[in-house]
Structure formats: structure tokens, C-alpha cells
Design a protein around this ligand. Structure first.
Ligand SMILES: [Mg+2]
Length: 167
């Protein structure tokens, strides 16, 4: 269970406050895209996401997009929201996180992984020794592999309390 456990769980990316990031000692965020920032089928971010990105960047915290999706999907999206990216990052394997960390200008003391999947984002963060925030997937999902992964996540998610619902 512990390798599958996020540091914090929240409903959506826009619920992540600068205060919480400071509390977690975050210098840099490695950020997922699909179902975290935008629906897998479009390049349009969810409401408030662009403003959230600008606010976090403005606070001096670095953000690099780190996604398992293809470059042709991730690069145009990252450009449109003004972020650097690593596509095809093979989460939960550490290779993508290592590549993403290299893109950061300053060497971060503390890197936080943010995403919506337990078996890619959260397991990957724990394997890499990084803190993590698990989000609730924001869009309806189609396709067999994601449905299998969501079924696998169910037991883990049941044991995790969203920060805004508890103490
Ligand atoms: Mg995702």
C-alpha cells in the first residue's frame, strides 16, 4: 500500500494552493496532462487551469509537464499553456522524472509529482523518492486499459481521504 499512497489527495489541480506547496517544501512540480490539466481528447485546459499555472509560476515554483502520452499530443499542449515538457515518460519508471528534472534550471531540493493515476503518477513518485498529489480524474474515460487501471485503483482510493473532506 505505501508505494501506492500519495502524500496528499485533492479533487482537482486548481485546489493545490501555494500555501500547501510551501508546506510540502515544493521547489518544482512534475505535472501530468490527461485528466489532470485537460480532457484526453482536447487541447483545451479545464476551467481555471491556465490561471493556476500562471499563479504557481509567479510564486517561483517551477513546473515541467511529464506525461506518458505521445509528443504530438503533449508538445502542442505544453506550448499552449507555456510549459516545458517530457512526453512518453514511461511512468511509473523513473526515466521520465529524471528527464523532466534535467529541464529545470535550478536544482530542486524538493520535487512534487501531480497526477490522476495511482499506478503511474503516484507509484512513480514513490519509486523515485518524490512527494505526490493524487487528483480525482476530471473526465469520463473510454478504452480498456484505463478501465482496468481504474479498477485496480479502486481499493487504494477507498483508503485515501481527500484533503478538503477531512482534517
Ligand atoms: Mg493522467
Amino acid at each position: 500500500m505505501s508505494l501506492l499512497k500519495p502524500t496528499v489527495a485533492l479533487r482537482s489541480v486548481t485546489d493545490i494552493s501555494i500555501e500547501l506547496l510551501k508546506k510540502l517544501d515544493t521547489d518544482a512540480i512534475l505535472l501530468d496532462v490527461d485528466n489532470t490539466l485537460a480532457p484526453p481528447t482536447t487541447h483545451v485546459p479545464y476551467d481555471g487551469v491556465q490561471e493556476w499555472i500562471d499563479r504557481i509560476k509567479g510564486s517561483g515554483i517551477h513546473i515541467v509537464i511529464c506525461s506518458n502520452n505521445y509528443t504530438r499530443r503533449i508538445k502542442p499542449f505544453s506550448d499552449s499553456v507555456g510549459l516545458d515538457c517530457v512526453a512518453m515518460s514511461f511512468k511509473p519508471f523513473p526515466i521520465g522524472f529524471i528527464r523532466a528534472k534535467r529541464k529545470l534550471k535550478e536544482k530542486p531540493q524538493s520535487v512534487l509529482v501531480v497526477g490522476d493515476q495511482v499506478y503511474t503518477d503516484i507509484l512513480g513518485a514513490n519509486l523515485a523518492g518524490m512527494k505526490s498529489i493524487l487528483l480525482v480524474p476530471q473526465s469520463e474515460e473510454k478504452g480498456l486499459s484505463i478501465k482496468i487501471r481504474r479498477r485496480m485503483e479502486k481499493g487504494v482510493r477507498k483508503k485515501i481521504k481527500l484533503l478538503d473532506e477531512g482534517d
